[in-house]
Structure formats: structure tokens, C-alpha cells
Design a binder for this molecule. Structure first.
Ligand SMILES: Nc1ncnc2c1ncn2[C@@H]1O[C@H](COP(=O)(O)OP(=O)(O)OP(=O)(O)O)[C@@H](O)[C@H]1O
Ligand SMILES: [Mg+2]
Length: 333
């Protein structure tokens, strides 16, 4: 961590990123009901912390990641970065804040111009954000390539000349060009072979340590998310149904949905005797079920679940929204 960051982090207890009751509804096509992709999510990411986000396809993870970076505007709710409410800031200030947050995603090559050299690809974001001089930008490119474990000869090559793992190293280098503090990693290793995945995950952890970064780490492989994240949030149909320290959540999930996800993970001692995955498809986020959104697939549903929406119950450093949890705590629901 740089000295200025260390002192900035020491001098404040506010989280780096704070989402408060964030909602994102996409307009439905041809007058249809809106898609409730994110529906009232509150979340914080501390300085130097990694928060994991898991959930089935379509649960709203990428939408939430884009809201956190203000690449999407929320329908309602607020996104606060380092104390600044992103909806209230002026355009110029937003550009300055944007430089401090970046995205690393699954398929970096698709976003690279195939006719540009790696040097141009890496220099472009610095030029856009007016970082440094052309000479210092070139030096920074070499430094960043070294940091992500690629030789400087890579600068004169083109995107298609690299393997998937090397391309993701370049994707990470590009995200680092503006010296960000916060990075959303959206399925950053999902497309890679397992052995390459481990190298990229370790690279992400190394640069995090070195640069004092905070991550929102989106993934569908629970083992990967657990390895990377201090805390994990479980998302279902646009809402966070459980969150807590990653190890605790995955050892003793409180919400039946989290439990189903954990049970579906092949582990060494359980390999070969996988339990049946969740029955049925995730319902449409256009018309989410009444009551608890998970009740249509929940093996443990009981009387209140199909008509009373469960509250988020806080239990120390963990939280879950499920009537079973409320009932076990003797809370009326
Ligand atoms: N621009 C958009 N317009 C309309 N609907 C959208 C848009 N982007 C996402 N959605 C819808 O919002 C819901 C959440 O999508 P999102 O991509 O955030 O899910 P996800 O959890 O990232 O899924 P995956 O694991 O497949 O990446 C889906 O129903 C999706 O179809
Ligand atoms: Mg996604």
C-alpha cells in the first residue's frame, strides 16, 4: 500500500464503497413490466477488503457491479464512494472519481481493439484520464506489465497473440493504469482453465496487497469466491439474501438458498455424492414471487413464506433474510 493510501485509510472509518437500498429496474420491452434486476441492495466494501458476490445466472450480480462503478444509474437508492454520493457529483468530479474505480471482466480480449498493440491498449485509459505525459505513460506500461508478470516485449504485440491467461494479465494491467482503489472483478477467471485460474487469482491477491486495493469479486464458483473474499454476499432475484464472513457462511449457511449453493459445490470429501441441485429455474425478475422470493423453490418453506416478505436479520457479523432464521431467534415475522 502506498503511504498516502495507508494514512488515508488509517484516518477514516467510512467504508470505501457504500450502497444503500439500491434499485435498478430496466424498462420492459414493448410496454411490458420492468425487469427488477436489482431490488433494494445495501452493501459496503471496506478499504483493502474483498467482498464476494455469488448467485445463479440472472440474479443481478453484474448489474450490481455496474451500479457500484456508476456505469449504470440506479433507479433509486444511493452509491457512495469514499464519502461522495455518486448521484450528486458534477460530471467533472464524476470523471475524477471514475478513475479510482475499474472493472476486470471475463473476456478482456473482446474489449481490446484487435488492431491496437498492447502498448496502445494500455496507454489509452491514461490518455483519456489525462494521467502523466506520453513518456511517463510508456514507462508506466512497462512497470504494469512487470507487475502482472509479462515481459516488456508484449507491448509491441497484438491481443490475438496471447493465451487466455496472458490476456487476463493484460486486462488487469489495463485496469491498473489509472491507479484505482476499487476494482469490480466480474467472473474474472471463469473462462480460464483451472490451473491458469489459480495463477490469476494469486496475481489479483498480490496486486491487492501491494496497492491496497478493494475488490467486489463476482463469481459462480463458491470455492474461488471463498478463497478470494473476506466476506461473501449471496444474491437471489435482485436481493442479497445472506451475507457474512466467507468461511462462516460457507461452513454454516443460514439461508436455504445459500445452503443449496454450498451443497452443490463438489469438495474433496463430498465428490461423487453430489446432492440434487436446486429444483426448478430461477423465476423471472419481471414478476418475482410474493413473500420470500425463494419460496417457490425452497425445501423448507412454511406458513408465512408465500405471502410475508422476510426481513434481513442481523446476527453479529452475519445477516440473512429468511423466516426460519427469524423463527429460530424468536422474532415475530
Ligand atoms: N440492459 C439490460 N436491459 C434489460 N434487462 C437487463 C439488462 N441487463 C441485465 N438485464 C436483466 O437483469 C437480470 C440480471 O442480469 P445480470 O446480468 O445482472 O445477472 P448476473 O447475476 O450477472 O448473471 P450471470 O451469472 O449470467 O452473469 C437478468 O434478468 C437480465 O436479463
Ligand atoms: Mg453477470
Amino acid at each position: 500500500m502506498t503511504d498516502s493510501r495507508r494514512s488515508a485509510a488509517a484516518g477514516t472509518s467510512t467504508p470505501l464503497l457504500q450502497l444503500d437500498q439500491v434499485v435498478k429496474h430496466f424498462d420492459g420491452r414493448r410496454g411490458k413490466a420492468p425487469v427488477r434486476a436489482v431490488d433494494g441492495v445495501s452493501l459496503t466494501v471496506g478499504r483493502g477488503e474483498t467482498v464476494g458476490l455469488v448467485g445463479e445466472s440472472g440474479s443481478g450480480k453484474s448489474t450490481l457491479g455496474r451500479l457500484a462503478l456508476r456505469l449504470l444509474e440506479p433507479t433509486s437508492g444511493s452509491v457512495t464512494f469514499d464519502g461522495s454520493d455518486l448521484s450528486g457529483v458534477r460530471r467533472r468530479d464524476l470523471a475524477r472519481l471514475r478513475r479510482r474505480m475499474q472493472l476486470v471482466f471475463q473476456d478482456p480480449v473482446s474489449s481490446f481493439n484487435p488492431r491496437m498493440t498492447i502498448e496502445t491498449i494500455l496507454t489509452e485509459p491514461m490518455a483519456v484520464h489525462d494521467v502523466g505525459t506520453s513518456k511517463s505513460r510508456a514507462a508506466r506500461c512497462r512497470e504494469l506489465l512487470d507487475l502482472v508478470g509479462l515481459p516488456s516485449q508484449a507491448l509491441q504485440r497484438y491481443p490475438h497473440q496471447f493465451s487466455g491467461g496472458q490476456a487476463q494479465r493484460i486486462g488487469i494491467a489495463r485496469a491498473l493504469t489509472t491507479d484505482p482503489e476499487f476494482i469490480v472483478c466480474d467472473e474474472a477467471v471463469s473462462a480460464l482453465d483451472v490451473s491458469v485460474q489459480a495463477q490469476i487469482l494469486n496475481l489479483l491477491r498480490e496486486v491487492q496487497r501491494e496497492l491496497g486495493l478493494s475488490y467486489l469479486f463476482i463469481g459462480h464458483d463458491l470455492n474461488v469466491v471463498r478463497y478470494m473474499s473476506d466476506r461473501t454476499c449471496v444474491m437471489y432475484l435482485g436481493q442479497i439474501v445472506e451475507s457474512g464472513p466467507s468461511d462462516d457462511l460457507m461452513k454454516t449457511p443460514l439461508h436455504p438458498y445459500s445452503k443449496a449453493l454450498v451443497d452443490a459445490v463438489p469438495t474433496l470429501d463430498r465428490r461423487g455424492e453430489l446432492r440434487a441441485p436446486l429444483s426448478g429455474e430461477i423465476p423471472s425478475p419481471t414478476h418475482p414471487p410474493a413473500g420470500c422470493r425463494f419460496h417457490t423453490r425452497c425445501p423448507r418453506r412454511f406458513e408465512p413464506c408465500d405471502h410475508v416478505e422476510p426481513e434481513l436479520i442481523q446476527l453479529g457479523d452475519r445477516s440473512a433474510s429468511c423466516h426460519l432464521v427469524s423463527a429460530a431467534r424468536g422474532i415475530d415475522s
